[in-house]
Design a protein around this ligand. Structure first.
Ligand code: PLP
Length: 461
């Protein structure tokens, strides 16, 4: 039927991003004139897309692309969160181990495949650094770490509004170490830490290992932390610290609007509760402007900023950093008694890479690739008409899926594994039961086979 062909053409245009969420589609009159179809065919095509949930009619205005947003899990409307011990370590370790098995389509771990990393440049710079200063291979990099690297990092942070200099930066061995050090410095066993729900599994493991209790604050899948819910929780519980990933959180990819970020920093500063910011994915915006970190609103030093080059340059280099505000001296001491020192060679190589000005070009390339991969994954899922909701994040390389039926994601994960595909079940991202129908995928894979993945998912659902 002609109206179905018209509908299909429009659906393709939406899925390819030619029309984005909230954008107005051509009117019935324009379809009639430009696509040379009758009024009734155009109307029937738009009606079909509306019935499929792709578009919505707005009275006296026209048809608009509908936002494919997830419905918030029920807890967020029904009950206020309460602190609880986390017990996820064993499960997370098992799934992470399985997800690295050879021969799988690796969509599980949040580790970019080598084609997204500037391997050749890092190899060249490493060779030159070693030629010029062989002791880099054996030297300790004592805290606070390589001076040039700290200078480069502080300059980049200044560009996104953080009023810091190189003396404020402490180089760590990845962001995981930075997060763990902050938790150890700020809390003792039994203390309550307010975190996002869902949250990064490595954070849950650290909270569990340190004997802390997690207070899971509801998050909107698109706009991140619910600041009002956090404000209520702070009034009710003696929270020792908060941990928030405002820019492209793991797993949901949410991005807090600037206005909510400002309110959050004002809230924790007034309450004098430290906030640990995890900005691991902040550099990976799909848009033109890198979002501001929470730290850029921090005037009183309550934000402890953590990040790393693990998702952008070299996961195995183990180079991250910490800007701990009023807690900087405590953190530096804790780092020294924990790690003694960092890796001199990897710190120097990254410092050189940044100093050459290559980082921004590299970021532009991978941001474009991740945006395209997301789009392709979304199109493949849409083409199979799967009973799954998702929304394309505005940055990063993680796609968060919510199964429409109340299927157990752990079973789906197991069945996908049998089909040769690794993903991450939602169980890994919360101490609660609320995300057990969710899956996380990484799109940072070299040869993505999205149609094959969508068909595999179709079979196991
Ligand atoms: C949100 C988030 N924070 C921290 C980390 C840990 O990063 P790193 O490898 O730098 O320790 C990860 C790694 O997956 C992450 O996704």
């Amino acid at each position: 039927m002609l109206y179905q062909q018209v509908a299909e053409r429009l659906a393709k245009a939406i899925q390819s991003g030619a029309y984005v969420e909230g954008e107005r589609l051509p009117s019935v009159r324009r379809l009639h004139q430009e696509w040379q179809v009758s009024f009734s065919t155009a109307l029937a095509a738009l009606g079909l897309l509306e019935a499929q949930g792709l578009i919505e009619a707005r009275p006296r205005s026209g048809y608009y692309v509908r936002a494919r947003s997830l419905s918030l899990p029920k807890i967020q409307q029904q009950t206020e969160p309460a602190p609880a011990a986390v017990e996820r370590y064993a499960l997370i370790s098992r799934v992470l181990q399985q997800s690295h098995q050879p021969g799988l389509m690796h969509l599980g771990a949040a580790v970019p495949e080598p084609c997204y990393l500037p391997l050749d440049a890092l190899k060249r710079i490493s060779a030159r650094c070693l030629r010029e200063q062989p002791s880099l291979l054996t030297d300790y990099a004592f805290a606070p770490g390589d001076e040039e690297l700290r200078r480069q990092i502080s300059q980049r942070m200044q560009l996104v509004g953080c009023q810091i200099d190189k003396e404020d930066v402490l180089i760590t061995q990845g962001c995981q170490e930075a997060l763990s050090l902050c938790l150890r410095a700020l809390a003792k066993p039994g203390d309550i830490i307010a975190i996002e729900s869902p949250a990064y599994h490595g954070l849950l493991q650290a909270i569990e290992a340190l004997g802390l209790r997690a207070l899971e604050i509801p998050c909107h899948p698109q706009d991140g932390l619910d600041v009002e819910a956090l404000a209520r929780a702070l009034g009710q519980w003696p929270v020792k610290a908060c941990v928030v990933s405002a820019n492209f959180s793991n797993p949901s990819g949410s991005l807090m609007p600037d206005e909510a970020k400002a309110r959050l920093v004002a809230l924790i500063s007034a309450a004098q509760i430290p906030l640990i910011e995890d900005d691991t994915y902040g550099d990976l915006t799909h848009g033109s402007r890198r979002p501001r970190p929470l730290k850029s609103w921090d005037r009183e030093g309550w934000v402890l900023y953590c990040s790393a080059f693990s998702k952008t340059l070299a996961p195995g280099f183990r180079v991250g950093w910490l800007v701990a505000g009023r807690f900087q001296a405590t953190l530096q001491r804790l780092f020294t008694v924990t790690a003694l020192a960092g890796h001199a060679l990897s710190q120097r190589v990254i410092a050189e890479y940044l100093a050459r000005g290559e980082y921004d070009r590299h970021l532009r390339r991978i941001r474009r690739s991740y945006r395209q991969q997301m789009q392709a994954a979304g199109e493949a899922l849409a083409a199979e008409h799967l009973p799954v909701h998702w929304q394309l994040p505005r940055g990063g390389f993680l796609l968060w899926l919510q199964l429409a039926s109340a299927q157990d994601a752990m079973q789906v994960y197991q069945r996908l594994l049998e089909q040769g595909v690794s993903v991450m079940p939602g169980h890994l991202f919360s101490g609660t039961e609320h995300f057990q129908h969710c899956l996380r995928l990484s799109v940072a894979v070299k040869t993505p086979q999205w149609p094959e993945f969508a068909r595999a998912l179709q079979q196991v659902l």
